[in-house]
Design a protein around this ligand. Structure first.
Ligand code: ADP
Ligand code: ASP
Ligand code: MG
Length: 471
């Protein structure tokens, strides 16, 4: 019997139609002799609403967070009333959800009294989205003859205390899964586990970062040695580009872990950047499929690098980023400046997306999000105060509102002329390329352009990817 971990995203559990499809997908999987492990996101939009409720609470908008709680509860109840029969199963879950919404109100009330929130409280509040949806989906599945049981992921998934972007503690998580999840699987239970959330050793709820349910799905797939991980979402698979940027985007039948990792890191929202991490080592195949078109086979993701004729398989981009440049004549041969700069950036909360250095060593530049640029600059200038005073380093320059464009394709490794084609296409469209980097995996090229040129650049490169995509 194959063990299949499947993660359903926000849209996939966000409506009556979607959840009706989820029921069918899970039941079909069971009927085919498989054992599904289900990981669910919050209903679409709920995580954003919960974040807003904490903000409302912090500024004293009591009505705001109370009405948000009620709206979220009602949305779940409507689904439960439509997809379960009257009776004990329905009553129990409705009561459980109501109790969670009361807890949400109490936490917001605490924030209201304090007048401010903390990352720990924020995580506890946003976690209600998945805690509600997992219970709802389990109840609905039970009503449809599936032996489903809802679990808060913290029962198994232990993380560090890095609230809002926590990291799994693998050994403890594995031990919990062995001790608590595997016996339930042996009893034939279909677990419905909250995506996105974990728990510290002290029992405080954490989250893995926005979009983190994909990562949760992969963690559970790896720790249960699943035969396959399926990410059920609202598009037909991983596409040649974001279909919202170019509607001509086509589904890629196959892509490697490495390629998809680059795509996700550089902005392809379809997968959280950490998704492939837990499953690469075990070689667990992953599929991205459409909950609204389940018969379509979607995209298969595996270890093998398969070059495509088009060389460029997919194009992605990250908007709202800034280019920071550290330069100065006295930097040549002085060790440690880059290291100290990056540590200072990390202290400012800046996540570095791309780094470039020219060979003269007189300057290097890197990219962080617009929202962290100013703070990073101040932190770096304070770190390099002495060097700046001695005029070995000039002040740190910020170029805001740029974008990173990334092209991905396994065949780039060892295929001459790919960069030439990419930059010729940019030249023809009069897109000014500000900085360039090639990923060490050699299956991607990333470069920085002005945000104003983004659409133009993505469409031009996407045309190269579309040239010979198998349809
Ligand atoms: P979920 O809620 O299922 O996790 P997301 O909204 O997080 O879904 O991710 C799916 C969305 O990712 C798609 O609707 C699509 O707009 C976007 N997307 C961005 N880049 C790509 C890509 N290369 N391939 C497919 N979808 C992409
Ligand atoms: N619900 C969370 C979010 O909206 C996690 C996820 O959907 O993956 O970010
Ligand atoms: Mg997502």
């Amino acid at each position: 019997m194959a063990l299949i971990s499947m993660k359903f995203g926000g849209t996939s559990v966000g409506s009556l139609e979607a959840i009706t499809n989820v029921i069918k997908i899970v039941r079909d999987s069971l009927a085919a002799g498989n054992h599904p492990i289900v990981v669910v996101s919050a209903m679409s939009g709920v995580t954003d609403q919960l974040i807003a409720s904490v903000q409302d609470a912090a500024v004293g908008n009591k009505w705001g967070y109370i009405s948000t709680g009620q709206k979220i509860r009602d949305r779940h109840e409507v689904i439960i009333n439509q997809l379960t029969k009257p009776g004990k199963n329905r009553e129990t879950v409705v009561q459980e959800l109501a109790a969670l919404v009361v807890q949400h109100g109490e936490l917001c009330q605490a924030v209201n009294v304090l007048g401010e929130s903390t990352p720990r409280i924020l995580d506890a509040v946003v976690a209600f989205g998945e805690r509600l949806s997992a219970r709802m989906i389990a109840a609905v599945l039970r009503d449809h003859g599936v032996k489903a049981r809802a679990y808060d992921a913290g029962t198994f998934l232990v993380t560090d205390e890095n609230y809002t972007s926590a990291n799994p503690l693998w050994e403890e998580t594995q031990a919990n899964i062995d001790a608590r999840l595997k016996p339930a699987l042996a009893e034939g239970v279909v677990p419905i586990i909250t995506g996105f959330i974990g728990q510290t050793r002290d029992g405080h709820i954490t989250t893995l970062g926005r979009g983190g349910s994909d990562f949760s799905g992969a963690i559970f797939a790896a720790a249960t040695d699943s035969d396959e991980l399926i990410i059920w979402t609202d598009v037909d698979g991983v596409m040649t580009t974001d279909p919202r940027l170019d509607p001509r985007a086509r589904v890629l039948p196959y892509i490697s872990y490495t390629e998809v990792g680059e795509l996700a890191f550089y902005g392809a929202k379809v997968l959280h950047p950490k998704t492939v991490q837990p499953i690469v080592g075990k070689g667990i195949p992953m599929r991205v499929c459409n909950t609204f078109n389940p018969a379509f086979e979607g995209t298969l993701i595996g270890a093998e690098m398969r070059p495509s004729e088009s060389v460029i398989k997919a194009v992605t981009c990250v908007k709202s980023v800034s280019l920071l440049t550290v330069s100065g004549k006295g930097m040549i041969g002085v060790p440690g400046i880059a290291g100290r700069t990056f540590l200072a950036t990390a202290r400012a909360g800046g996540n570095i997306l791309m780094i470039m250095q020219a060979s003269s060593e007189q300057s290097f530049c890197f990219v962080v999000s617009d929202s962290h640029a100013g703070h990073s600059k101040r932190e770096i200038e304070s770190e390099l105060k002495a060097e700046i005073a001695q005029q070995n380093v000039d002040t740190v320059n910020i170029r805001p509102s740029v974008a990173i464009v990334t092209v991905v394709g396994a065949a780039m490794q060892g295929t001459p002329g790919v960069a030439g084609r990419v930059f010729t296409a940019m030249g023809e469209r009069r897109v000014n390329v500000i900085a360039i980097a090639q990923g060490s995996s050699e299956c991607s090229i990333s470069f920085v352009i002005n945000e104003a040129d983004l659409q133009n650049a993505v469409v031009a490169l996407h045309e190269l990817a579309l040239e010979v995509v198998p349809s």
